[in-house]
Design a protein around this ligand. Structure first.
Ligand SMILES: *Cc1c(COP(=O)(O)O)cnc(C)c1O
Length: 239
């Protein structure tokens, strides 16, 4: 076999394996949505961080339309190279000096402070665009996690009305790793309540970005509209 033939059969085996995992994820999402009874649409965001552009191409070939990355520096070359139109989600913490790059994403999930709101708003205005954002909420109060406390959401919601270049679309949350089911349900329900707070303040905040490989079924049962799956689709990350 020539080198190029073996490379292409390896890459099609990879694409096949990823497509099977995408199907499995979709089936499990659909079943969880039926169990939960919220009747929402659920977008599968494939988290390609630490994986190469072939991961992006493989999920796109499997019909995925949305991909997520943690870092702007890592996303930009993949976005340029992948050769397919996708919606790009920025899901990791954003440093304010990266705001200009961050506003190029289709949805920023990680608006976690007043100061970042100011920076993103200015960057979006400079770029002549509206930037769609989710407020990252830290409802479990874990020290290690970014995000605003539930009690701070109402004040931030008011402040965000001054940011005319930001569109607040909902919330994102990360549940504690390896928590029991009852706690996970509580975290997701509390996050859902934070989105309600945003709506009560007048924002068009219908997005609930919650659920990762270990907890997405419970998140969907609790109303998630976006799940962010990395490990389930691509296997364990090296770093
Ligand atoms: C890495 C990451 C994910 C994906 O996590 P998996 O457990 O690999 O599915 C989802 N959301 C955020 C914010 C992440 O950083």
């Amino acid at each position: 076999m020539t080198a190029s033939a073996s490379t292409s059969s390896a890459s099609s085996a990879y694409a096949h394996a990823v497509a099977a995992r995408v199907r499995d994820a979709r089936d499990r999402i659909a079943a969880a949505r039926d169990r939960g009874g919220h009747g929402q649409d659920v977008t599968l965001v494939a988290v390609t961080k630490t994986h190469g552009v072939e991961a992006v191409r493989a999920v796109a070939a499997a019909g995925v339309t949305d991909v997520g990355e943690n870092r702007v520096q890592e996303a930009e070359p993949k976005r340029a190279e992948c050769g397919v139109p996708l919606r790009w989600h920025l899901i990791g913490h954003v440093q304010r000096n990266k705001a200009a790059s961050a506003v190029q994403f289709d949805l920023v999930h990680s608006l976690d402070s007043d100061r970042l709101a100011t920076a993103l708003n200015r960057a979006a205005a400079d770029a002549g665009k509206q930037c769609e954002v989710l407020v990252q909420v830290n409802v479990s109060g874990e020290q290690s996690k970014y995000g605003v406390a539930a009690a701070e959401v109402a004040a931030l919601a008011e402040r965000l009305h001054e940011c005319s270049s930001l569109k607040v679309r909902g919330i994102m949350t990360m549940a504690p790793f390896d928590a029991e089911e009852a706690l996970l349900r509580q975290v997701f329900a509390d996050a859902r309540a934070c989105a309600h707070t945003l709506r009560a303040a007048g924002h068009d905040a219908s997005v609930l970005s919650m659920g990762m490989s270990g907890d997405f079924e419970i998140a969907v049962e609790e109303g998630a509209t976006h799940v962010r799956l990395g490990t389930m689709l691509f296997g364990e990350r090296a770093g």
